[in-house]
Design a protein around this ligand. Structure first.
Ligand SMILES: Cc1cc2nc3c(=O)[nH]c(=O)nc-3n(C[C@H](O)[C@H](O)[C@H](O)COP(=O)(O)OP(=O)(O)OC[C@H]3O[C@@H](n4cnc5c(N)ncnc54)[C@H](O)[C@@H]3O)c2cc1C
Length: 374
């Protein structure tokens, strides 16, 4: 069988890696990308218990977080979890190496303008020419999820400071000591060393915001955080990145004939966190397993209804009362180990474990849920 992967970003490369890792050959694979999101500037952080297939691409590993919420600062251990960071270039190199061992993967530069069903298979229009395949995995073409329940709007600065300013061993998972005028907002800090870090101003915005960013306010918030909260006197911004991610807490219909949406387009960004890396790894492994064992890629786990409900409820409450996000995060992470929370966010917790977590949530959250307009 012939496989075409539309987009060689995180989900396209991860799928290619999982396909070539299967013991049985699955046929030639073509990965098409037009380079609009250069891997040289991409990078993803995520948490997991076990190292994954792409672990050789991990460049930084952490076992604790700083958290700052509701006037309290603490360092939270991650228990059995590790927080890992993968650079785009390192991911591409790891996947390229695995693909070279198999020899039937082609990475092609090209712009895809259409993907459609064609007979028993599917076809993509790449630089104006038709490219046919038995299966197409689409991370580029499908529109965003039909239902958007919120937006994660962020702007990050890669900064270098004159004096040591960052704890190089401990990222800041969230710090609410920042402007809250555009929705529930916090700052995230991923250190590279004592003088270098990515400092990101992140807001959960309601659906009506349409994901429109507000660059000047975001930059002001970043400046204030660096100078007022961290007390940095001299710094240089070496690079800026920004994005608005649509968050959807509904199951996405991913399949269209022989075409399957992957990555963000498949709704794999977790609506209550904005993280997708581990979900994309699990999804890629499931697709490869389904292709190998069933001859089609559709035998995939379905999202659990109660987790979708939690995500939808959180986004809804936060859209109506942004201050709830800080209260919820403060309550969830007020513990010495974040392990139970991370397990819950990974949707791997049991009902009794969730009962214990929910019992610690602030009563104001439950009142806000009850106030929900019908
Ligand atoms: C700035 C940013 C930071 C993020 N950080 C994290 C993080 O730390 N941890 C985490 O878990 N999640 C993170 N996410 C969320 C999510 O993991 C990423 O968006 C992830 O890259 C999604 O993978 P993807 O394959 O769907 O999209 P992408 O990685 O964006 O891949 C899509 C690819 O398609 C290519 N492309 C697009 N259109 C075309 C076309 N017409 N023709 C050919 N090629 C095309 C692009 O060049 C790109 O390489 C982040 C998202 C953003 C935007």
């Amino acid at each position: 069988m012939t496989i075409l992967i539309a987009g060689g970003g995180l989900s396209g490369l991860s799928l290619a890696a999982h396909l070539v890792a299967r013991p049985e050959p699955l046929g030639p694979i073509i990965v098409v990308d037009d380079g609009r999101r250069p891997l040289a500037t991409a990078g993803w952080a995520s948490w997991s218990v076990e190292p994954g297939l792409l672990d050789e691409a991990v460049s930084r590993t952490f076992d604790r977080f700083h958290v700052h919420a509701a006037g309290r600062s603490r360092v939270v251990g991650l228990g059995r979890y590790k927080y890992r960071f993968v650079r785009g270039d390192d991911l591409a190199a790891a996947v390229g190496k695995a693909a070279a061992r198999r020899g039937d993967v082609v990475f092609r530069r090209g712009r895809i303008t259409d993907i459609r069903q064609a007979g028993q298979g599917a076809e993509a229009i790449v630089d104006g020419e038709v490219s046919r395949a038995d299966w197409i995995f689409d991370s580029v073409h499908r529109p965003h999820p039909a239902r958007v329940d919120g937006w994660l709007i962020f702007r990050g600065w890669h900064v270098r400071t004159a004096d040591p300013a960052f704890d190089s061993a401990v990222p800041t998972f969230f710090d609410f000591r920042t402007a809250q005028n555009r929705g529930a907002s916090f700052v995230y800090v991923l250190p590279r060393g004592p003088r270098e870090a990515l400092v990101e101003y992140t807001s959960f915005a309601p659906p009506r915001s349409r994901g429109v960013a507000y660059p000047q306010e975001q930059r002001t918030a970043l400046r204030e955080y660096l100078t007022t909260v961290l007390g940095v006197r001299e710094y240089a911004v070496t690079r800026e990145e920004s994005a608005s991610l649509p968050l959807s807490a509904s199951a996405v219909d991913r399949r269209r004939g022989s075409i399957l949406a992957i990555g963000t387009k498949a709704g794999l960004v977790k609506a209550s966190t904005g993280y997708a890396f581990q979900r994309i790894q699990a999804d890629s492994a499931a697709i490869a397993r389904s292709l190998a064992c069933r001859g089609h890629p559709f035998d995939l786990p379905t999202p659990k209804a109660r987790h979708l409900l939690f995500d939808a409820t959180l986004l809804d409450v936060v859209a109506r009362d942004p201050a709830q996000l800080e209260r919820v995060f403060a309550a969830l992470f007020d513990r010495s180990s974040a392990e139970p929370v991370l397990r819950f966010l990974d949707e791997e917790s049991s009902l009794p474990q969730e009962g214990k977590l929910f019992a610690r949530l602030p009563p104001s959250l439950y009142s806000a849920v009850r106030r929900r307009p019908r």
